[in-house]
Design a protein around this ligand. Structure first.
Ligand SMILES: Nc1ncnc2c1ncn2[C@@H]1O[C@H](COP(=O)(O)OP(=O)(O)OP(=O)(O)O)[C@@H](O)[C@H]1O
Ligand SMILES: [Mg+2]
Length: 267
């Protein structure tokens, strides 16, 4: 049975879709997992764009409105082995926030992981992702306005008793004005499980419609997603970059996100 991981935030543009694409591609391609990714950002979807699926004929909305069987809207991405359910660009109110859960339950047995790309809107759209998820990853950036939204998202998930496994800290520039991992964890009470650099490779991958983990295998962005995928599956992954091996050898203790990732395999 698949583990269903909802990738959420209450702030737009922080990197939910990029995370679903990159983590999903790494789980499928690098770690041979059966992975489905689902666009649940119903009013502003763009998961398909990351794979050149710009105007898909059949979408998640067809499934939720009982027009189509969920198995008939699954697109296969040959290069990665990922299965994708895109959404259509039609703003229609979500009638039943539990419909996504019910539909995914029909196909859970075919996958190891199902990743849901959430909407950032505080309405039935995000509730639909939360309700369908066994656990949540919350994406945030290290700035105060985003962290405020992140704390709100965490509060809502806790009220609904959906387990939050960790924070994906994205678009990190390494500047001293950014909030540190330690402070972010103190504020939110949630461990940071990945720290992803702000990097052009993330943007290039979208432009070239290919997951960054495949397009730029040794990009710092890709390596961090691969480490996260390894931790989730409990498999070994060794950073192939020479300078990273040297830096690791001289580090007195592992970085916080590396330590935190040990919890993942058991969650
Ligand atoms: N690590 C990164 N470095 C640089 N740019 C990034 C990074 N991650 C994501 N981006 C870029 O930021 C933009 C927003 O990313 P993305 O679409 O993944 O966010 P989102 O949270 O899904 O947004 P929305 O809430 O609108 O769905 C995109 O242009 C993406 O390429
Ligand atoms: Mg998105």
């Amino acid at each position: 049975m698949a583990q269903v991981i909802g990738v959420i935030s209450l702030k737009g543009g922080v990197g939910k879709t990029s995370t679903v694409v990159s983590l999903g591609a790494s789980l499928a391609k690098d770690f041979s997992q059966r992975v489905l990714i689902v666009d649940a950002n119903y009013s502003a979807p763009n998961l398909g764009h990351h794979f050149g699926l710009t105007n898909p004929e059949k979408t998640i909305q067809d499934v939720l409105s009982d027009k189509t069987d969920i198995k008939d809207v699954i697109h296969e991405h040959e290069d990665s082995g990922l299965h994708i359910i895109p959404a259509a660009m039609i703003a229609r109110k979500v009638q039943d926030p539990f419909a996504l859960k019910k539909k995914l339950n029909q196909i859970k047995k075919y996958y190891d992981y199902i990743l849901i790309d959430s909407s950032p809107s505080l309405n039935e759209e995000i509730v639909s992702t939360m309700a369908a998820s066994d656990q949540l990853f919350v994406v945030t950036t290290p700035d105060t306005p985003t962290l405020e939204s992140t704390m709100k998202a965490i509060r809502i998930a806790r009220q609904k008793s959906i387990p939050i496994t960790g924070l994906i800290l994205n678009k990190v520039r390494g500047k001293n004005f950014e909030t540190s991992i330690e402070d972010i964890e103190k504020l939110t009470g949630v461990p940071v499980i990945a720290k992803i650099r702000d990097h052009d490779h993330a943007l290039e991958a979208v432009a070239k419609q290919h997951p960054v983990t495949m397009l730029k295998e040794k990009s710092p962005v890709s390596i961090e997603y691969k480490k996260l995928a390894a931790a989730i599956t409990g498999k070994h992954y060794s950073d192939p970059r020479f300078h990273a091996k040297v830096a690791d050898a001289f580090r007195r203790q592992p970085e916080k996100q590396v330590i935190n990732r040990h919890i993942l395999y058991y969650s």
